[in-house]
Design a protein around this ligand. Structure first.
Ligand code: GRG
Length: 297
């Protein structure tokens, strides 16, 4: 597969961010607010920064299988809405208790805890409203993909496993299992949503995309753990965000820094190998896989 120029990846990211930010802003700008404080808390958690990685995966996976941007806008917005809700709730005192997110006060700090809980709840519901408002022929597959990745079989289950692991001593397999749910499930869902816009649920190219996404999802998390060790906490936008500081197991704590870096690189190789059945159209996904473990925040 021929690699893209770095500037091409930057252009794709820019276009994807513009599209998803326009879709998200329109959700608020095109209809009057019912509850002003809730509205402000939702906007704060959703619109103030963020890499918009999951929408980019929706667009790239969709493009790799021939989908058009217009059909990808709703799934891209929906996955970012779920992600934003999860971060707002993850930052709450009952969870990770963080004061800063993306270099700004977390929603419960900028507003209050009740507003943060409600903003997360409303963003989650809005995700399904946005997705369900499309008339895609595989709409039920799309909704099911987002729901199962978000809830008791996916992200929320992963968060529960993570909370249960505090102070414990899980091994690498248990850590991978937790991350596959907590962060991996939404990354897999992003790629599958993009793919499902273009092809049927039993298309083998969707299975190839899923293998790709599982590998980059874990690599993303390992790199996040590595950044907690090597990165500047201000760059990370957290106050005391390092999991290790909270007695949570991490890849560097279990494998050592170099072991964690080796593991992340081998997962990226695995992800790129999984793209083989998709041919040249998957080149941007291969480049994004590299970015996953090269990003500095
Ligand atoms: C509270 C139900 C519930 C779930 C929370 C995903 C999650 C589950 C918590 C996030 C905790 C965390 C900081 C994990 C590290 C990896 C990660 C998901 C980072 C945040 O995602 P990015 O880097 O964030 O894509 P931006 O700000 O760029 O959108």
């Amino acid at each position: 597969m021929v690699a893209m120029q770095p500037s091409q990846l930057a252009t794709l990211r820019h276009t994807s961010n513009l599209r998803v930010d326009a879709t998200l802003a329109a959700l608020f700008d095109t209809r009057p607010a019912v509850a002003a404080r809730l509205e402000e808390a939702m906007r704060h958690g959703l619109l103030a920064g963020g890499k918009r990685l999951r929408p980019l995966l929706v667009y790239m996976a969709g493009h790799a299988l021939g989908a058009e941007d217009e059909a990808l806008d709703a799934p891209a917005a929906a996955i970012e809405l779920i992600h934003a809700y999860s971060l707002i709730h993850d930052d709450l005192p009952a969870m990770d208790d963080d004061d800063l997110r993306r270099g700004q006060p977390t929603v419960h700090k900028a507003f209050d805890e009740a507003s943060a809980i409600l903003a997360g709840d409303a963003l989650q519901a809005l995700a399904f409203e946005v997705l369900a408002s499309t008339d895609h022929p595989r709409l039920s597959n799309l909704v099911q993909t987002l729901a199962s990745a978000s809830g008791r079989d996916g992200m929320v289950a992963g968060q529960a496993l993570d909370l249960a692991a505090v102070g414990g001593h899980p091994d690498v397999d248990a850590l991978a299992h937790m991350h596959a749910h907590k962060t991996g499930a939404l990354i897999v869902a992003a790629v599958r949503l993009g793919g499902l816009v273009a092809v049927a649920v039993d298309d083998p190219r969707l299975s190839a995309l899923t293998r790709y996404a599982r590998a980059i999802g874990l690599a993303f998390q390992i790199h996040d753990d590595i950044l907690d060790v090597t990165g500047d906490t201000v760059t990370l936008g957290k106050t005391s965000g390092a999991d290790a500081a909270r007695d949570k197991p991490t890849y560097p704590s279990l494998l050592g820094l170099e072991g964690a870096q080796r593991k992340a690189h081998s997962l990226i190789d695995e992800a790129i190998a999984a793209l083989a059945p998709l041919g040249e159209r998957a080149a941007p996904l291969a480049d994004l896989a590299h970015y996953m473990i090269e990003r500095d925040h």
